[in-house]
Design a protein around this ligand. Structure first.
Ligand SMILES: NC(=O)c1ccc[n+]([C@@H]2O[C@H](COP(=O)([O-])OP(=O)(O)OC[C@H]3O[C@@H](n4cnc5c(N)ncnc54)[C@H](O)[C@@H]3O)[C@@H](O)[C@H]2O)c1
Length: 351
């Protein structure tokens, strides 16, 4: 049994890569941002509870459920039986709209989530529900708080930035981080890095876009208007902090192409001016694997939240959220947020 006991809410593609990353990176730390965080290795993370609503996942050992349809995350390594069976949580808004076409809602009775988390000895609840399932995300945040667990909100729903939830977690001295996971080297981190470089070199940025194409359930779901708007707003706000107020910014998943599966292509276009008003144009693309990109960031976040639990630090973790999420309570440029994260883990920052 690992030293960090987590629950995953939503056994989708990102959960699949997260589970596999704890096994794959047991000895091989290549490709990780931080091999060790606060003395913890990726293999110290163990999933003691898993919630979903899809009949192809509920009732199965997590080692099988992570490869069940409609998941498209690839098999990165062998996964032995884990002894954690996926249980049914409440559906709420988890299968609304276009998600009805992809999720086969299991008809069994839902478990009492708070009691289940408590019995499993869970310390950290990682919310990996589809974009736009705000009622379900809030429900799991309340269960986490009742069960005495920290909460990691990977979805764009406002939890870590919402005063109500901040008060709840502060009141119980439990760590809270979010909102909307920033992948290890995904569209937003790459875009922020490019803009930061141009800004440092004095380039005035006039217009920019970042458009994605993917083939996962998440890419399909965000074609729906209200989900697309929520993702777009989070991504655009993250980028706008680097630009003059009058610059035009467009971001957000632009299309679903089924054969792409877990792969994502992100297109970036930036127009600006350097000395003497001369043009600077960047027009490039980045190809990544979506699920592993999310897991790469989550490994750091989960271990830093465990550090907070060890230190009995509760409420919003400003440094961890700025480092690991697109819409944190306090934003910072990439290098600065990475420094905050490292200082927090080293004990030089309190939250
Ligand atoms: N690279 C990444 O993976 C990445 C990056 C940034 C943000 N995120 C965010 O992480 C979240 C998860 O992404 P994903 O690609 O793994 O999603 P996914 O669509 O592959 O998985 C979501 C899972 O949630 C389950 N679910 C739906 N309603 C539920 C409910 N009420 N209770 C329990 N389970 C329920 C679905 O059946 C599915 O298994 C999304 O909100 C996404 O925006 C992911």
């Amino acid at each position: 049994m690992g030293k960090i006991k987590i629950a995953v809410v939503g056994v989708g593609n990102c959960s699949s890569a997260l589970v596999q990353s704890t096994l794959y990176h047991k000895e091989n730390h290549s490709g990780l941002i931080h091999p060790v965080v606060g003395g913890y290795s990726p293999s110290d993370i163990s999933v003691v509870a898993a919630f979903d609503i899809d009949s192809r996942k509920v009732g199965r050992d997590l080692s099988n459920a992570i490869f069940a349809a409609p998941n498209v995350a690839q098999k990165f390594c062998g996964v032995p039986e884990l002894g954690t069976v996926v249980v049914k949580g409440p559906v709420l808004d988890g299968a609304d709209g276009v998600l009805k076409e992809l999720i086969k809602v299991d008809q069994s009775k839902e478990v009492d989530v708070t009691e289940y988390l408590t019995r499993a000895g869970c310390e950290i609840v990682v919310c990996l529900l589809p974009t736009g399932c705000t009622k379900a995300a809030e429900y799991y945040a309340s269960c986490a708080a009742e069960a005495g667990c920290a909460f990691v909100n990977c979805t764009p729903s406002r939890i870590a930035c919402d005063e109500r939830w901040v008060d709840t977690f502060e009141g119980k001295s439990l760590p809270l981080v979010g909102d909307d996971l920033m992948s290890q080297i995904g569209g937003t981190a790459f875009h922020m890095g490019l803009l930061d470089l141009l800004k440092q070199r004095g380039v005035r940025i006039d217009n920019t876009y970042q458009l994605d194409i993917g083939g996962s359930m998440e890419a399909f779901g965000v074609l729906e208007d209200f989900r697309r708007e929520s993702k777009r707003k989070v991504k655009a706000d993250a980028i706008k902090q680097f630009l003059p107020a009058e610059s035009e910014v467009a971001t957000g998943t632009s299309d679903f192409v089924e054969f792409m599966k877990d792969r994502r292509t992100s297109y970036f276009y930036i127009e600006g001016n350097a000395a003497l008003g001369s043009d600077v144009v960047i027009d490039i693309y980045l190809r990544t694997v979506d699920s592993s990109n999310g897991a790469g960031a989550l490994l750091d976040i989960i271990r830093a939240v465990k550090v907070a639990l060890d230190r009995r630090v509760g409420g919003p973790l400003i440094s961890v959220s700025a480092y690991g999420f697109k819409s944190p309570p306090v934003c910072a440029p990439l290098q600065e947020s990475q420094r905050w994260f490292d200082e927090f883990v080293a004990g030089a920052r309190s939250i």
